[in-house]
Design a protein around this ligand. Sequence first.
Ligand code: DSN
Length: 417
Amino acid sequence: MLDPMAALSESDPQTTDILARELNRQNTTIQLIASENFTSPAVMAAQGSVLTNKYSEGYPGKRYYGGNLIIDEVEELARVRACALFGADHANVQPHSGANANMGAFLALLDPGDVVLGMRLDQGGHLTHGSPVNFSGQLYDFVGYGVDAETETLDYEEIARIAREAKPKLIISGATAYPRQIDFSAFRAIADEVGALLMADVAHTAGLIAGGAHPSPVPHADVVTFTTHKTLRGPRAGTILCREQYASAIDKAIFPGLQGGPLMHAVAGKAVAFHEAAQPEFRVYAAQIVKNAVALADGLSAEGFRIVSGGTENHMMMVDLRPFSVTGKVAQEALDGAGITCNKNAIPNDPEKPFVTSGLRLGTASVTTAGMKEPEMAKIAAMIAQVLRAVDDESVATKVRDEAKQICSKFVPYSSS
Ligand code: DSN
């Protein structure tokens, strides 16, 4: 039996040491980054397999190099499993990442200069939804929508008004920092009214959708993109789903349009992840992620934090830190020192610069994989409050770090280590 880790420790002690320390960090500190998760050893085995050795430009049955008969099976398996999991007509499982999946969708559906409507980055959208520093904002004419200033939720009437004015060729629904469910049927109605195509970027919620804990965009959107490593808990990569009429354009856009040889070890990891997400226990997992997010948001709210939009309906919450008079940057660093990993994040209409921010984005996919439930969320909320009430107090950081380690010792993501 191949044992890549044993081989590594024999041949390269330095790299082995780094991996061992990172494993220890993941096992002994609390992971609250909303876009992360602990993928399964089975997914990791696929990713660390001999499939990394193979060049497979093209698609199953139509490859440029020989020796792909077996590889074809794994890509077909991943494609069939993705379509079955999400009820889609077609899946392209080759995108190396979510950004590549989005770029592939744009290449397939748009010409440079076309008008696209997407959520603004400073309101919760993604870099690839038209930021001027990203290819999307440079190649296409993006118009942005945000959240309502009062409710901090999407205002579909306002989005419709902007769409009528901008007449986009494509509308993007989806976000990286939005704690509420998204009404894809409302987006479809807007797209139909203005004659636009509809793309849903569900990178964050793909696992919730697969597990029935968030509505699916598949019946409504022409194209759906997502990463496979967030709530879906698979390998670090991307996938595109689309209606049959766009299948050929999407496939051509990814290869040869955008990428060369696919990462077949990652494609195998996706096949494994789609299989895992189709199991009944994944539905229980997805529901628990949301329950944990609600519990964490409630706990933080009781501690005096302001939760953007008043709560959460998915795996994440946006925490306004201004009642504690700390910035996102200071809070992230203080929590890091106390064994709680999270990221600073702009909240809607944030007065601070993007590298400072007034907010934190917290997510519960990883802690839920580790087995934590509502009682642990209440403890974590109290620990976050203790640290952020005394960001310069090393004794508080030490006490909370010990507490985090103790909680993690009961909920170890990779217990065989
Ligand atoms: N970095 C991802 C996230 O944290 O949401 C988006 O690309």
